[in-house]
Design a protein around this ligand. Structure first.
Ligand SMILES: [Zn+2]
Length: 82
């Protein structure tokens, strides 16, 4: 991990993770329904959204995980299939 908590090794095979696929910068969590208030939008927490490709196993993966307490601390509307 780097100073911003970015993953530097593939989560599947452990190889170095240096190839960038797309970097969308810092983004808010998906499906957070905010009030129509610019202050609420400005205060929304954002996390790095950078997809990288492992050059060993070709797994595409995000290099940063949003902490679970940031996702589930309030009424978070999106749950993926599980
Ligand atoms: Zn890999």
């Amino acid at each position: 991990m780097t100073d911003r908590g970015a993953r530097t090794a593939c989560r599947f095979c452990g190889a170095g993770l240096s190839l960038s696929l797309i970097d969308l910068g810092d983004q808010p969590l998906a499906n957070s329904y905010l009030p129509d208030d610019p202050a609420a939008v400005a205060a929304e927490q954002r996390f790095p959204l950078h997809a990288r490709v492992c050059q060993s196993c070709w797994l595409v993966q995000l290099d940063h995980d949003a902490p679970a307490e940031s996702i589930f601390a309030h009424d978070y509307a999106y749950l993926s299939s599980y």
